[in-house]
Design a protein around this ligand. Structure first.
Ligand SMILES: [Fe+2]
Ligand SMILES: [Fe+2]
Length: 193
């Protein structure tokens, strides 16, 4: 048996900065809404959402080795920028922080919320989308939000998000991570998360 949402929320609050906590609350509530819309469990989605960034300030140069020693695959972009491993750290610590075993799909979802992955699962999709569109995100206009939310499927929303990211990356000269490209190609080929 794991701790309740309220207890996990209090724990997360003690782990991250106030601004990041407000973002996490936004992600939890948008995740719950998306879950309801797509016949997933809203409580599970909120539980994953509130926790997804709990290790946002804990990743450092020791994280790639730490993640590998726990059996996780570390992508080259994560080796280059270990901050990206905060989701992987959350996956590793989820049982301990929840004081009981959480389902594997909770861990998979937090693990892949940063770069995305064809293996992220439906709850990973929900948190990935919520992370991008939660109301506190100032990089999006209301029109952008509507455009993303008007896709018929979670996969369709991810493509809309990734298309926006790709044009930003192109403008800034940023190279997309290999695992993100795999996610994009997987969905474009008709893959379901
Ligand atoms: Fe994150
Ligand atoms: Fe986040």
């Amino acid at each position: 048996m794991s701790i309740s949402y309220t207890e996990l929320e209090a724990k997360v609050k003690s782990m991250i900065k106030p601004k990041r906590f407000i973002h996490s609350e936004g992600v939890a509530s948008v995740s719950a809404e998306l879950a309801l819309r797509f016949d997933l469990n809203a409580s599970d989605a909120a539980y994953i959402g509130i926790y997804h960034d709990a290790y946002r300030y804990s990743a450092d140069s020791s994280s790639p080795g730490f993640c590998r020693s726990h059996g996780l695959e570390v992508f080259p972009e994560e080796d280059a920028d270990p901050m990206l491993l905060h989701g992987a750290l959350a996956a590793i610590h989820f049982d301990e922080d929840a004081q009981g075993r959480v389902p594997d799909y909770f861990k998979t979802a937090v693990r892949h919320h940063t770069l995305g992955s064809p293996d992220m699962g439906p709850y990973g999709a929900v948190v990935y989308i919520a992370d991008y569109i939660e109301p506190g995100r100032k990089h999006l206009t209301d029109l952008d939000r509507k455009h993303i939310l008007s896709a018929d499927t979670l996969e369709g929303m991810i493509i809309r998000i990734m298309d926006m990211q790709r044009s930003y990356f192109q403008k800034e000269g940023i190279k997309e991570a290999g695992i993100s490209r795999k996610l994009y190609d997987f969905i474009k080929a008709g893959g379901k998360l």
